[in-house]
Design a protein around this ligand. Structure first.
Ligand code: SF4
Length: 390
């Protein structure tokens, strides 16, 4: 029986953050009127998509489910339970499956959290980004630190004992000192997992368009925050297992590791991506098209299918290298040979030797991984494993 992971996309948020280019739409906090109906019809489509796919994957064992978005916790708890029932009733779920839901502060209460636990969720991921209220306001977050703390405490009280907190560096108006304060505040809560990303200005977002009106940390300060993250989190007992992810021992996110290790995953919902046995496809990211797609799956309409891309062996090798090298444990020579039927040196011998000489790559027994310097220039190092670099 093969392992499978499931991603469920909820494309609704209370409001768009100023830096966000994810596939999500603002809905009013009360979710009333037309927007409530929109969310309800989306949940119906999602349920149908999950059910219609089940037959094809009955030989698979689901090892993780991840609710992402958007803000999944914006949905009524009954809808989340209904979708979880569709998953549990139609797929074989491993007894120890990791089931995560992302949430934003202020979008859950004690009863919602209890219903998540009843529905089988055993991990939550809370978007904090910063413990400084002025920084949060500058990037258009819907909450302040107090809202986050209330949500965190409610979650602990409800019984969640595997919690991730997302934080961000290089925010407008952020200083190394205020970032350090965020690190101190977050680690004092002792969550099991911390994701720490640097803000990337994405074209088309309000923050990108108005960037001249903000004061961003310099490149030097950005590097300082990056170094501080590694050192400070290590001193608090969090080991770095991926470029931007830190965990207490045994609390690494199993779902994300499936992506980095190129495991099989199914994405349900608007714009969700899937990859199963080296075939990749992506759901439509327009709501009307998605509805037609689900109708076609259910046999109510004909003629709309998403393109499926069969990855070539070269594409698989490239992905194996640049996703695997994101992880601190790197990639395994034995696994490479098992997957591709040849020794890694036959394909990448010259690149590996060159990057090792440059001090960017390290070979230790079966493992090949980036050095600290290699991680600092990871985009360059990983790009060397592309077959067509020009
Ligand atoms: S909460 Fe997340 S998905 Fe929603 S707008 Fe903000 S960054 Fe985007």
């Amino acid at each position: 029986m093969r392992d499978l992971s499931i991603y469920i996309h909820i494309p609704f948020c209370v409001r768009k953050c100023l830096y966000c280019d994810f596939l999500s739409f603002p809905v009013s906090a009360s979710g009333s009127g037309m927007q409530a109906r929109e969310m309800e019809s989306y949940v119906n489509l999602l349920e149908q998509e999950i059910k219609e796919n089940a037959e094809k994957y009955k030989e698979y064992r689901v090892v993780s489910v991840f609710w992402g978005g958007g803000t999944p916790s914006i949905l009524p708890a009954e809808d989340v339970s209904r979708i979880m029932e569709a998953v549990k009733g139609n797929y074989q779920i491993a007894g120890d499956a990791e089931i995560t839901i992302e949430m934003n502060p202020g979008t859950v209460d004690a009863s919602k959290l209890r219903q998540y636990i009843s529905a089988g969720m055993n991990r939550i991921s809370i978007g904090l980004q910063s413990a400084d209220d002025r920084e949060l306001a500058r990037i258009g977050r819907i909450h302040d630190y107090r809202d986050f703390l209330d949500t965190y405490e409610l979650a602990v009280k409800a019984g969640f004992c595997n919690i991730n907190i997302d934080i961000m560096a290089s925010l407008p108006g952020q200083s190394v000192l205020s970032y350090e304060q965020t690190l101190r505040t977050v680690t004092a809560l002792k969550p099991e997992h911390i994701s720490a990303y640097s803000l990337i200005l994405e074209e088309g977002t309000p923050l990108y368009e108005h960037q001249s009106e903000y004061h961003f940390p310099s490149e030097e300060e950005d590097r300082e925050m990056y170094a501080l993250t590694k050192e400070y989190l290590a001193s608090c007992g969090y080991h770095r297992y991926e470029i931007s992810n830190y965990a207490k021992t045994g609390c690494e996110c199993r779902h994300n590791k499936v992506y980095w290790q190129r495991g099989d995953y199914l994405g349900f919902g608007l714009g969700a991506s899937s990859m199963v046995q080296n075939v990749r496809w992506k759901n439509p990211d327009e709501m009307e098209e998605y509805a037609v797609y689900v109708d076609c799956l259910a046999g109510k309409q004909e003629g709309f299918w998403v393109d499926r891309q069969i990855l070539t062996v070269q594409e698989q090798m490239e992905e194996y290298m640049f996703l695997g090298l994101r992880m601190m444990c790197g990639i395994s020579r034995t696994e490479f040979t098992r997957l591709f039927g040849c020794r890694i040196e036959e394909v990448y011998g010259e690149v590996i030797e060159r990057l090792c000489c440059q001090g960017l790559l390290l070979q230790e027994n079966d493992c090949i991984r980036l050095t600290d310097r290699g991680i600092d220039v990871s985009n360059y190092a990983m790009s060397q494993f592309l077959f067509d670099r020009n």
